[in-house]
Design a protein around this ligand. Structure first.
Ligand code: PEP
Ligand code: CO
Length: 443
């Protein structure tokens, strides 16, 4: 045990499963602690530098992926489609904003979910809520809903194989900017990817011109792609935390970036304490209930040194509330001596349930919150540093609207998320074009 790093054990730990046999959980955690790290301290430090650049207004961050990854969904096709979608969005943003884009997946570890209720009821029955594949099964049976700590190990291995593919796709030539057209292949035709084709053509011409002029494009063959997930399951995150032999500091090697969710960000709570002690860049979800005072105290705990790139504030206010809720926070941070990176999550404040029982979001609300985010930052003179999106490369029908006009009746045709509704490929690209317009309007 390392003093400090285990201090959270003395505190209230919210949103944890009730493991049936804590001794088995301890055994699993001990085994995970012996497994190789998924990411490396050097990569983590590099990401912190990139995020510092974004916080200073010289880069933009794109974080995207599933609400909840599943073990069954960790297939080559699904992972490739998601990476292609993020790469396409990044190209649209880079081109539109003439700014580097830091690419991060909600991937290779996003297997655990906080829940608003301990139980799920259907008809007259009630079972423990599904908490993500790393905890229990989605099937609505008593056996499947029992938390099983061996799922932590399966989560580690699925993260490892996902990350292996992510590294192959992003380092092995697939992410080469000269492939910009091929990322669009395999997706159903829609107005957004037609618009993308136009932009890809422009990029192609620019690259051919530069090549003819003698530029060296070796740098373009690889892209940096970082992993991120909500740091929720303490048994897992603690077991994945290793001491960096170079300088003795703790690094959570489960992902490059971990964030503290809106439901577990209490001052004096276990999550805030634990994540304050690791060296990774960390995120903090900030909902409309956050006051400047509370934010100052959280910044004091999570980023006492005011270190550039250390802390990312991921605001998720809701389209209807952002104009009131964000400006007071933006106005106050300067006086705390803090220059955090601000990212907009336009998903989690905009949930609704249809009369037919589908959890969904309106694309227009997502757009509305993004626009509100840019307006608030413009007014405050702060940098709108990035977006955080739940998306999939598949042509699902989970969010209402977009240029394909998904309506309530269409939701049923291809609704696959086990948790929150995601933007599909077309809606993701559409959003990227819109954000690029906002960014270039600032330039
Ligand atoms: C999430 O990002 O999936 C999530 C649960 O968000 P929040 O903590 O902001 O509600
Ligand atoms: Co979600």
């Amino acid at each position: 045990m390392i003093a400090g790093l285990d201090h959270w054990r003395t505190m209230s730990v919210l949103q944890q499963p009730v493991w049936p046999d804590p001794a088995v959980t301890d055994q699993v955690a001990a085994e995970i602690a012996t497994l190789p790290p998924l990411v490396f301290a050097g990569e983590i430090d590099q990401l912190r530098t990139r995020l510092a650049t974004a916080a200073a207004g010289r880069a933009f961050v794109l974080q995207g992926g599933d609400c909840a990854e599943t073990f069954a969904g960790a297939t080559a096709d699904a992972i490739r489609a998601r990476i292609k979608t993020v790469l396409q969005m990044a190209v649209v943003l880079t081109y539109g904003a003439s700014m580097p884009v830091v690419k991060m997946g909600r991937m290779a570890g996003q297997f655990a979910k906080p829940r608003s209720s301990e139980t799920e009821s259907r008809g007259t029955t009630s079972l423990p809520a599904y908490r993500g594949d790393m905890v229990n099964g989605y099937d609505y049976t008593p056996a499947s809903r029992v938390p099983d700590p061996r799922r932590l190990l399966q989560g580690y291995h699925t993260s490892a194989s996902t990350l292996n593919l992510v590294r192959a796709f992003t380092q092995g030539g697939f992410a080469d900017l000269r492939q910009v057209h091929s990322w669009n292949r395999g997706f159903a035709a829609n107005p957004a990817n037609q618009r993308y084709e136009g932009l890809a053509g422009e990029i192609d011409r620019a690259i051919r011109f530069m090549e003819a002029a003698g530029a060296d494009f070796d740098e373009l063959t690889r892209v940096e792609f970082y992993t991120a997930h909500e740091g929720l399951l303490m048994d897992y995150e603690r077991a994945m935390t290793r001491i960096d032999s170079r300088n003795g500091t703790p690094v959570d090697t489960s992902a490059h970036f971990v964030w503290i969710g809106e439901r577990t960000r209490q001052l004096g709570g276990a999550h805030v304490d634990f994540f304050s002690r690791i060296r990774n860049p960390i995120g903090l979800k900030v909902g409309p209930g956050m006051t400047p005072d509370e934010l100052e105290r959280l910044i004091d705990v999570l980023d006492p040194q005011r270190e550039p790139g250390r802390l990312t504030l991921i605001t998720r206010m809701g389209a209807g509330r952002i104009a009131d809720a964000l400006p007071p926070l933006l106005a106050s941070v300067g006086s705390f001596g803090s220059t955090p990176l601000w990212i907009c999550d336009p998903m989690h404040g905009n949930g609704l349930t249809t009369p037919t029982g589908y959890k969904t979001r309106r694309f227009d609300d997502v757009v509305g919150e993004v626009r509100g985010f840019f307006t608030a930052h413009r007014d405050a003179g702060t940098h709108p540093g990035g977006i955080h999106i739940e998306l999939t490369g598949d042509d699902v029908t989970e969010c209402l609207g977009g240029s394909e006009h998904i309506d309530e009746a269409t939701l049923a045709t291809r609704y696959e998320s086990l948790c929150d509704p995601r933007l599909n490929h077309s809606q993701s690209l559409e959003l990227a074009f819109l954000v690029a317009e906002e960014l270039s309007a600032r330039a």
